[in-house]
Structure formats: C-alpha cells, structure tokens
Unconditional design. Structure first.
Length: 93
C-alpha cells in the first residue's frame, strides 16, 4: 500500500493544478478575427458568417481592420454576417 501513496499524491497534485485552468478556458466566448474586425475597440459582440463556402475574413485597409468577403469573382455567390443579441427590455444600446 505504501508503494501507491506517492504516485497517487502526485496524480492528485497534478489534477489540482490542471482543474483551475479548465475553468478559465470556459470563461467566455471564443474571440475570432471577424469579431475583432467588426467590433468597436474593446467591443465584445460575437459575429458569425455562418461557416459558408466563402467565409468573411479580417483584413487591414487604410490602417483599419475590417471584414472582407472571399467570394470575389464567383458568380451568383452571396456573403453575409449575422449578430444575434439578447437584450433586456428597456436596455439602451
């Protein structure tokens, strides 16, 4: 039984070190380049391009980050960006 105490203690110590990190990983939504391109500085809105065949991409134009479609020169293609917001009644945006 003594032979198992040290490995078990090491395993418990390892788990205790890892578990707090898992909590931080789930703290908020994952930021994307599209979010950074379409938000105001410091904004936290989450945008989606729907995972289409021609996704939007973040680019820099005139020193500003913006979103650009990837369907250039593709006939009859469309691009879209969506934002879904849940806002309490009476909230001013």
């Amino acid at each position: 039984m003594k032979a198992f105490r040290k490995p078990i203690a090491l395993l418990v110590a390892l788990l205790m070190a890892i578990i707090p990190l898992c909590g931080f990983a789930e703290a908020g939504p994952v930021r994307t380049e599209l979010d950074d391109a379409l938000n105001v500085p410091g904004g936290t809105l989450s945008f989606s391009d729907g995972g289409t065949e021609y996704p939007m991409q973040a680019v820099t134009v005139d020193e500003r980050v913006c979103a650009k479609t990837t369907n250039q020169a593709v006939g009859r293609a469309t691009s879209s960006v969506t934002l879904t917001a849940s806002v309490a009644a009476g909230t001013v945006l």
